[in-house]
Structures are given as C-alpha cells and as structure tokens.
Design a protein around this ligand. Structure first.
Ligand SMILES: Cc1cc2nc3c(=O)[nH]c(=O)nc-3n(C[C@H](O)[C@H](O)[C@H](O)COP(=O)(O)O)c2cc1C
Length: 431
C-alpha cells in the first residue's frame, strides 16, 4: 500500500524488447522527462511484466521470432495476456513489428506467414483518419523488416498498407496501435541492424547479393521526422492516460491531500493594533507582500453577477487605491463590464500564498471617470502617446462596505479581522 503522503512518482513508459538489437531507437525522443521501465523479454532474470495500471503506456518492439514460437519463448504468451489486460484497461500501447503482431493476436486477430519477407524502404499508404498514423498521411517511406503478416479481427480496419501487405497498421480499441513497419527507421538503425549477423543474413536471403549496399542506399529515402511526429502523438496519448489515472477518484484525492498548505514562514498579525480604516491595513499588507517578493501581489480575483444573479469570476490586476476605493481597469464591453452595468456590485479576493494571507473586499462599484481611464491607458508599458484612449476603456472603483483580513496560522489558529461599514463609520470585529 503506497504511503498516501508520499508524492506520487510519474508513471513510467513500459518498453519491451524481444532481442537486444531491437530497442526503441529514436522513439524515446518523444518521451523527454518520462521515466522508462525497460523489460527485456529475452533476459533470463527479466521478471514479470508490471501491472497494466502501473504504466502510462507500453511500447513493444520487434523481434525475429514468430508469435507462435511459444514453446521456445513462453514469454510470448505472457505478453499476449498482458496486452489483453492493457486493451481492457484502455492503457495506450504501440506495438512495432512483432509488437504489432502480438497486439493483433491479443485483439483477436491472426498472424501467419506472408508470401515473401518484406525488407527494405518502401512507402506505406495511410487509410482513414487517425491521430497517430495521420503523421504519415497520405503516404510516407518507411523501413520494413517482417516475414509474417496480420489478419485483423472483425470490426478492425487497417490504417495503412504497402504494395505487398494489406495490414501495415491498425488500431485495436481506443488507444492501442500496431505498426508492422518501423517508423523509427533511419540510416543509423539500418547500420545497426546490418551489424547484427542474423539480420544481415536474413537481408541477404530475402534480397540476394548486394542486399546490404542496397539497404544502405535506400535508407537515404527515409524521412524519420514523419515517424517522430507519430511517436509524439503516442506520447501525448500516454500523458493523457497518466493524467486521467492520476485525477480519477481516490488517486486525485490522495494527491491533493498530500499537498502542503501554509508550509511557509507566516508573518505575525495582531488585530489589536490594526488601523481604523481597511484601506490602511490593506496598503500595509500589500507593501509587505511586495517587499516579501510575493508573486504578482497585485493580482486578485474579481467576482461579479449577471442580471439573473449568476456569478462569474476572473483574475485582474489592482491598479491603485483612491478615495477609499480599490481600482481595476478593463473594457466596458467585456462580460464584467456588462455585468457591472446591470449589477454594480463586486467582490475581490487577494491571496498572498507566500504569507498565508487573504483579503476579501466587497462593495459597490463605480466608474472612476474618463480622466482615470485615460491616465491608466497611457501608463501601460506598451502605450503609444499618440494613440487615442479607446472609449470603452474604463477604470472601475470598488467602494467596500466590508473587508476581511485573514492570516493563516500553522497551528490552524487562523486570525480573521472583519471591517464593516456601519452608519458611515468602520467597525472592526475578530471573527
Ligand atoms: C494575472 C492576470 C491579470 C489580468 N489582468 C487583467 C486586467 O487588469 N484587466 C482585464 O480586463 N483583464 C485582465 N486579465 C484577464 C481577465 O482575467 C479576463 O480573462 C478578461 O478580463 C475577460 O473577463 P470577462 O469575460 O469576465 O469580462 C488578467 C488575467 C490574469 C491571469
């Protein structure tokens, strides 16, 4: 049982290799910053695959064996079982070559010998709309290296084909893709594979004399940037899955519960010494926030209501305090402008996290006039003095009848001081 208070580590990407020379190659470039959990099926001490709910997605690479070689490679059956669970759980999967064949079997399809091995660089044609395969549409040159072919289960349509092979790519379920070809193929990968004697022999058997030279030459036609886009789309699916998992039900509750609040040095606040007027205490707190390096201390949330009494809020910048009012500037034709025209009341909330402080200001709102609007507009950092002030620009002034100052305390003995306008004079009460 994980400790609920411990920050959850980001979910890893599972990368399954079936032979040492068929790794993810450039696919992991799309997963910068993502932890990778490698699983080498060929390693005698590889251990079991992780639970499907422990990964953000799975990348299953190729290998020279057939999906049917389960006697020699019992892990093939384990992978098919794992893929079935992953499909049921909606875990993103990308199977490449043997990985695609295993996914096809897990999804209820069949894999069997093709008419001849398809080895070398040749285009695939993309069929239909797909967030991953779209990166290769309408067609792209890719690296092929397979003997067996895929027969899809009923209801699953191919997403790509090549001249000799009807099923080059497919999508099994909402988030599982298989590509028989290698979109990660580039000149470097071709070199690496030709350096592996069993692959060089396979190439010679399929392509005859000069196979290596021809493969090297054809690698120049590859366009790996197209494949990179496909892998970025897959990384996006994996990130979305991780976010879904981390924000569902108890997982999010536990993460939120583990977040610290008021975990900073909090300034003291003694309401007994507070000034008579709220704008004076506000000015003191605001200056303390500025001096303490609070981020955007002049940003606040402004709540207004529409004619039906429905509230809306947004973040604005405080422009100043004048004549006992808190000023902000905006466009008269904005939603808040319309709402204030109908209902000239608003509530402001300042939150200075670094000090555990909140100030709530509530009251009537008036238009501070054309001169205030012009002064504000000209003071903008990007202002052009020759530019006329737009007639809809307005400075509003909130004249409060209530202001509440709230100081957090680590021992949860928070201090609240409430100012209320009572017959023209300010009353102060501790809440
Ligand atoms: C930090 C921050 C400061 C902002 N300052 C202002 C501002 O001073 N004036 C303004 O009109 N909008 C400002 N905005 C944009 C508003 O939040 C809001 O999106 C916009 O005014 C439209 O709101 P409305 O449709 O409710 O009228 C700011 C947004 C942020 C995040």
């Amino acid at each position: 049982m994980p400790d609920a208070a411990a920050p959850a580590a980001p979910l890893p990407l599972l990368v399954v290799r079936h032979v040492p020379w068929e790794g993810p190659h450039r696919i992991l470039d799309a997963f910068a910053g993502v932890p990778v959990r490698g699983h080498d099926a060929f390693a005698p001490d590889g251990g079991p695959l992780p639970p499907v709910d422990g990964v953000r997605g799975a990348l299953l690479m190729g290998g020279p064996m057939s999906v049917h070689d389960t006697a020699a490679h019992p892990w093939l059956a384990e992978e098919v079982r794992w893929l079935r669970d992953a499909l049921a759980a909606g875990v993103p999967v990308l199977g490449v070559c043997l990985g695609a064949q295993l996914l096809a079997v897990a999804a209820g399809g069949r894999v069997g010998p093709g008419p001849a091995p398809e080895i070398g660089v040749a285009p695939v044609e993309v069929l239909g709309d797909d967030p991953l395969l779209g990166a290769l549409a309408p067609s792209a040159p890719v690296l092929h290296w397979h003997g067996e072919v895929i027969e899809l289960p009923a209801g699953v349509a191919p997403l790509a084909r090549s001249a000799p092979t009807a099923v080059q790519a497919f999508r099994a379920g909402p988030r599982a893709w298989g590509t028989l070809f290698h979109a990660e193929g580039d000149a470097e990968l071709v070199e690496r594979w030709l350096a592996e004697p069993s692959m060089a022999a396979e190439a010679r058997a399929a392509l005859g004399d000069g196979a290596e030279a021809r493969l090297r030459a054809s690698a120049a036609a590859l366009d790996p940037a197209r494949g990179d886009a496909l892998f970025r789309a897959f990384a996006h699916e994996c990130a979305a899955h991780a976010a879904r998992r981390d924000t569902t039900g108890d997982a999010l509750r536990a993460r939120l519960r583990a977040l610290p609040v008021f975990d900073v040095d909090l300034p003291p606040f003694d309401p007994a010494g507070a000034p008579e007027r709220p704008e004076e205490l506000f000015a003191m707190w605001l200056l303390e926030a500025i001096d303490a390096g609070v981020h955007e201390p002049h940003a606040m949330d402004l709540g207004t209501v529409d004619a039906d009494g429905r509230p809306s809020g947004r973040t604005l910048i405080l422009k100043g305090i004048a004549d006992g009012g808190w000023e902000f500037a905006t466009d008269r034709t904005s939603r808040k402008g319309h709402e204030l025209a109908d209902r000239p009341w608003a509530a402001m909330t300042f939150h200075w996290r670094e000090q555990g402080r909140q100030v709530r200001v509530r009251g009537r709102v008036l238009d501070a006039g054309a001169e205030a609007a012009a002064r504000d507009h000209r003071a903008r950092p990007t202002a052009d003095p020759a530019e006329p002030v737009p007639e809809d620009w307005v400075v509003y002034r909130l004249l409060p009848d209530e202001v509440e100052f709230w100081q957090a305390d680590r021992g949860r003995d928070h201090v609240r001081l409430h100012y209320r306008l009572d017959g023209g004079a300010w009353r102060r009460d501790r809440l």
